[in-house]
Design a protein around this ligand. Structure first.
Ligand SMILES: *[C@@H]1O[C@H](CO)[C@@H](O)[C@H](O)[C@H]1NC(C)=O
Ligand SMILES: *[C@@H]1O[C@H](CO)[C@@H](O)[C@H](O)[C@H]1NC(C)=O
Ligand SMILES: *[C@@H]1O[C@H](CO)[C@@H](O)[C@H](O)[C@H]1NC(C)=O
Ligand SMILES: *[C@@H]1O[C@H](CO)[C@@H](O)[C@H](O)[C@H]1NC(C)=O
Length: 514
């Protein structure tokens, strides 16, 4: 009898830590289904595969949006809303009115430490913030009760469960005090609230963490203030804020303050320490748990607006004629080639095939010049790439565009799903997933077919993060079988033409309703 958890402690989860962990759990479930105690988690795992459409040689998995159940129940801070305080310009999802705006803070300061992804404190009243050396947020205790001296120390970075990520993030303390001592003299008085958060951790390491750990939570935390908020950035990394400047400019009208270097005592009427996450999953949101009802569709819309991206909808393609010729109208496909790991070895062949399938192809590597690169992504209808952080660029696609994730060999379904399939669904881009076979991985040149890499990939997962990532994420390149892959491009084209008619309907509905 296998003991699936035996090697768990040897795993060193890094960026894909949780992915691996749950892979282990899911695998272990196959051994313990009879016990019945884990039924709920089994059904959760299964509910991800909603519909499987067979097309020719292989199968295309299609995942229509479904309500996303969270594996854990989170405790959410309930804050009162003051809808009369909503300024005109508050960023709101299109067509949404009413339940919105900046929530009022409860009188007593709250640090909610119950969320698996982030700790968040909210306080109103006499707030004094000192970044340099002390890393303190002082708040006058509420008049009722004797809470003087109470304090909370948190890392204001939204990847709490990941010890490796948080390691580089320094703690900030919120303390209730009446006598501020030397920290009492306000060098600057503000009438706007403060938002203190860190960008250390894995942000800057890759695009997925930039978004999952910081930008998506930052959007949820800062957007309700509609620009009237002072951002204080701890653990700043040179160039990072600059790189994502359009977000910062749209989220706050005031220049960012570097918390770690700031020795002024700054006084605010209100503070949020840490970033809110309505979902415990990275690069995802749960609108029902957000006071504003924010969704990933809103985040994508906010992103297109911040970066000034012109295309809200994909290219207008006529519906293909049944049994007839394909239209000559071209859709645009972005092919992310990747240069180092998990790269396509036959890019030219893929391009020729895609052109034959009616696409104009843009071959790229994700670039650090996001202002420029986001425009190129937005000019495309389909984003295609091997599993990797560059797929995060889906956030720049027009709504209703298509993402094709090519999943490498090695039973990578969990990370493929949680990191890109579910977020794509939430952003309402269409999603196609192509899993390569043994013929298409270059691992076949390094390992014989009898090797566990082919015969039992899960046993490689069980050897821990280092081995798993070395073999399946680093050593592997993809030699795409263009014959086998072709139906996916046909499907993508079909999605685009269908999306467009749906989008037109939607626009009409909105005009009719507003
Ligand atoms: C593959 O699919 C296409 C389009 O759906 C169809 O015309 C063709 O006959 C199919 N080929 C096979 C071998 O099933
Ligand atoms: C709500 O906001 C309005 C307008 O800013 C303000 O006058 C009012 O005092 C606020 N009410 C509460 C309960 O905070
Ligand atoms: C800030 O406000 C406090 C209290 O009103 C006042 O004593 C202090 O002088 C103000 N500081 C500045 C720089 O205006
Ligand atoms: C590519 O895929 C097709 C369809 O599955 C298959 O017939 C063909 O043998 C594959 N080619 C290679 C080189 O594996």
């Amino acid at each position: 009898m296998a003991k699936p958890f035996r090697n768990l402690n040897r795993a060193k989860p890094q960026s894909y830590g949780v992915g691996l962990l749950v892979v282990f759990i899911l695998v272990s479930l196959t051994y313990v289904t009879m016990s019945g105690t884990n039924k709920m988690r089994i059904s959760l795992a299964n509910s991800q595969l909603v519909q499987v459409v067979d097309v020719n040689y292989t199968s295309i998995k299609s995942y229509p949006s479904t309500g996303k159940e969270a594996a854990e129940k989170e405790k959410v801070v309930v804050v009162e809303k003051n809808s009369s305080a909503v300024p005109e310009e508050v960023f709101l999802p299109t067509g949404r009115t009413g339940d919105q705006g900046v929530p009022a803070v409860e009188k007593k300061p709250i640090c909610d430490l119950s969320n698996r992804k982030s700790d968040v404190c909210e306080a109103a009243g006499d707030v004094r913030i000192v970044g340099k050396n002390t890393r303190m947020v002082y708040v006058a205790p509420p008049p009722d009760g004797n809470r003087e001296g109470e304090s909370w120390t948190i890392k204001p970075y939204a990847r709490k469960w990941d010890v490796g990520s948080g390691g580089s993030v320094r703690e900030v303390t919120l303390r209730l005090v009446n006598d501020y001592g030397d920290d009492g003299r306000c060098a600057v008085n503000y009438s706007i609230p403060a938002l203190v958060f860190a960008i250390g951790g894995w942000s800057g390491i890759n695009f997925f963490h930039d978004f999952g750990d910081v930008l998506v939570p930052l959007f949820q935390s800062a957007a309700p203030f509609s620009g009237e908020v002072q951002l204080l950035v701890a653990n700043n990394k040179p160039g990072w804020v600059q790189k994502f400047r359009p977000y910062f400019d749209k989220l706050s009208r005031y220049p960012v303050i570097e918390f770690d270097e700031d020795d002024a005592v700054r006084c605010f009427p209100r503070v949020t320490l840490g970033l809110r996450c309505s979902s415990i999953e990275d690069f995802q949101m749960e609108p029902a748990k957000s006071p504003q009802g924010y969704s990933m569709v809103d985040f994508a819309e906010f992103t297109r607006s911040a970066f000034g991206l012109p295309r809200k909808r994909p290219t207008l393609l006529p519906e293909p004629l049944v049994g007839g010729e394909q239209s000559t109208a071209k859709a645009r496909l972005m092919l992310i080639a990747r240069a180092k790991t998990r790269r396509f070895t036959n890019v030219e062949e893929i391009v020729r095939m895609a052109e034959g399938a009616g696409f104009e192809v843009v071959v790229t590597e994700a670039s650090d010049d996001i202002a420029k690169f986001s425009r190129v992504v937005n000019s495309c209808d389909v984003l295609m790439g091997v599993h990797g952080s560059a797929l995060t660029n889906m956030v720049f696609l027009p709504r209703g565009g298509v993402v094709i994730q090519v999943v490498p060999w090695g039973k990578l379904d969990w990370i493929a799903g949680h990191y890109f399939r579910d977020p794509a669904k939430q952003m309402e881009v269409k999603y196609l997933e192509y899993s390569i076979n043994e013929e298409e991985t270059t691992l076949s040149e390094q390992y014989p077919r009898e090797h566990a890499v082919f015969k039992d990939p899960m046993s490689v997962h069980h050897q821990g993060w280092d081995t798993f990532s070395r073999i399946f994420l680093k050593e592997q390149n993809v030699r795409l079988n263009v014959t086998r892959f072709r139906p996916f491009l046909d499907r993508a084209r079909l999605f685009i033409s269908q999306q467009h008619t749906q989008a037109q309907d939607l626009d009409l509905d909105q005009r009719g309703g507003g």
